[in-house]
Design a protein around this ligand. Structure first.
Ligand code: ADP
Ligand code: MG
Length: 339
């Protein structure tokens, strides 16, 4: 034999990609919620059973898919969101990799129901481990429903690696909250094991935060605003006296996408300097809008880390905006007598 290299069959390639995109039920939740948002849904329902281990369903009232697209959406690198490499630097959607559905369908049982507004009938497709097992036309409401069952059914090692329902559900709720906080104008519902955990009617940013985190949150929020060429900042920070020991209420959104950034977190902490007791963490819900061509989102498949062109200016602007808000609302330093 002169050659030993072979191209992997699609279903194998998909399963490998799935290892990166889908770590746990919460990853599926994130991808499906983001697809619903990209489809311009105004009402999105998330239904899970056993913390998503047995069932995850996302139902939206978005644009739906044609019969051809309903089939194509499960192909790898199949996306309606970008066409050219340049588009990567001008992203206006959550998705663009065309990888999520192919990955999910490779490692679970998936049932898709979708209908576009202008069509009489919708499409119903069942795909299991990358194999199409059923397809027919069906009477459906406008929008899309993805039902994902038996995640990791063909990767026992992954399945066994899943944590308890409590832990996995915590991750699901985290993803749900991040998406719900980024899109307060969308109606979100979360149902777990038959009972409603969240019912979030359309509202503004402040009200959405309060609806998600409880009525007491309102009194601790101080608005932050800043408007520069580099970044527009809006959102809220918590008054220092409400700071807590954990980091559960710290959120950055960049162009409506939740991101993690140790660097920007540091900017906030430095703005709070002298105002917090040792070890306390302030709440923050900060929404940054930056020109899409000044960031790179494509550095990791889950897209929670991004690269900014001018990180240092961003740091300085953010720090000063937070400092300004803390000053303006007469937030007095905590005199730390107890130590
Ligand atoms: P990406 O989101 O990166 O494009 P996905 O694999 O998540 O890749 O989805 C593939 C395509 O399927 C999307 O580009 C979109 O055209 C279509 N699609 C997925 N989910 C929905 C939905 N809920 N409503 C309408 N179209 C959808
Ligand atoms: Mg997607």
């Amino acid at each position: 034999m002169s050659s030993i290299i072979q191209l992997l069959p699609d279903h194998v390639a998909n399963q490998i990609a799935a290892g990166e995109v889908v770590q746990r039920p919460a990853s599926v939740v994130k991808e499906l919620l983001e697809n619903a948002i990209d489809a311009k849904a105004t009402d999105i329902k998330l239904v899970v059973k056993d913390a998503g281990k047995t069932l995850i369903q996302v139902i939206d009232n978005g644009m739906g898919m044609s019969v051809t697209d309903a089939r194509l959406c499960f192909e790898r690198h199949a996306t309606s969101k970008i066409r050219h490499a340049e588009d990567l630097f001008d992203l206006h959607t959550k998705g663009f990799r065309g990888e999520a559905l192919a990955s999910i369908a490779a490692i679970a049982h998936v049932e898709l129901k979708t209908k576009r507004d202008q069509e009489e009938l919708g499409t119903h497709i069942v795909i299991e481990g990358s194999k199409f097992v059923a397809q027919d036309a069906a009477v459906l409401p406008k929008g899309t429903s993805f039902l994902v069952k038996n995640l990791f059914f063909n990767i026992p090692a992954r399945r066994n690696f899943l944590k308890s329902d409590t832990v996995e559900m915590r991750h699901v709720i985290d993803e749900f909250q991040r998406v719900a906080l980024a899109h307060p104008s969308i109606y979100f519902t979360l149902i777990h094991n038959g009972s409603e955990m969240f019912n979030l009617p359309p509202s503004n940013y402040r009200q959405r935060i309060v609806n998600l985190l409880g009525g007491k949150t309102n009194e601790k929020l101080v608005p932050v605003t800043e408007d520069t060429e580099i970044v527009k900042i809006s959102g809220f920070i918590g008054k220092p006296e409400f700071a807590k020991k954990n980091r559960n209420e710290q959120f950055f959104f960049v162009n409506d996408r939740f991101i993690k950034s140790a660097y920007l977190h540091h900017a906030i902490m430095s703005a709070y300097e002298g105002l917090l007791k040792e070890g306390n963490q302030p709440s923050y819900f900060l929404y940054l809008q930056v020109p899409p061509n000044t960031i790179d989102i494509n550095i990791h498949p889950t897209k929670t880390e991004i690269k900014f062109d001018d990180e240092q200016s961003l740091y300085a602007i953010l720090r000063s905006a937070v400092k300004h808000s803390l000053g303006q609302f007469n937030v007095a330093p905590v005199l730390d007598f107890e130590r």
